[in-house]
Ligand binder design. Sequence first.
Ligand code: ADP
Ligand code: MG
Length: 247
Amino acid sequence: MTNQQDFIITLKNVNKWYGEFHVLKDINLNVKMGERIVICGPSGSGKSTMIRCINHLEEHQEGDIVVDGVLLNNDLKNIGQIRKEVGMVFQHFNLFPHLTVLQNCTLAPIWVRKMPQKEAEAIAMKYLERVKIPDQANKYPGQLSGGQQQRVAIARSLCMNPRVMLFDEPTSALDPEMIKEVLDVMVELAQEGMTMLCVTHEMGFAKKVADRVIFMDAGQIIEENEPESFFNNPQSDRTKLFLSQVL
Ligand code: ADP
Ligand code: MG
């Protein structure tokens, strides 16, 4: 039997409503340390809501979410603790426009982790090198391309040394020629063993790095499998229909 502690993230019978609308229906998900999971499904199926619940950007009403042994409830201490461990990258980058790239990267380490500025800057430069834009450190987000901004967003998350990274359609807002530079960074992260939950329709990425692909529809997890079986032998008609549209 698998021990509860083996999982970095657990969702147990999670339900959420927006008003009357039942957006997440009995979601059960266990994520092991180092696992790379791709979440796909039609627009409106609840993918963003589910991953936003994991760091409490959205609140669920029923069921349990446990991240790194901490139960996510309305205890602000728990929420703060979980947010320190969970990095998030959004579709629209969400960088602070009035701060430089370097300042975007050092803000949370200085204010949340209480790191000395010099140390935070050294770490930020290390990650900006890893996403291949150290030369942009003193520019403002508005001076960068979308692909560069998204790489800054990834570097900014990594500066907090997260145990898990959540990605919500990180390449959907990018021009086609910039998608690859962001996916390349994500593939590298995956290969280095980062625990990742990625909402994406980049099925090439899923085939390359995912340990598991999860298909959601209408607020439920309909099907999950390792990529080979998921793509070659989908079980549900809804999965088949979805794959016929995105592949
Ligand atoms: P996905 O990411 O799979 O496209 P979302 O999680 O964003 O889906 O949304 C799931 C459903 O919940 C959609 O029908 C959407 O319109 C609805 N929804 C999302 N956010 C809110 C909100 N803040 N208030 C009310 N309904 C919402
Ligand atoms: Mg979404």
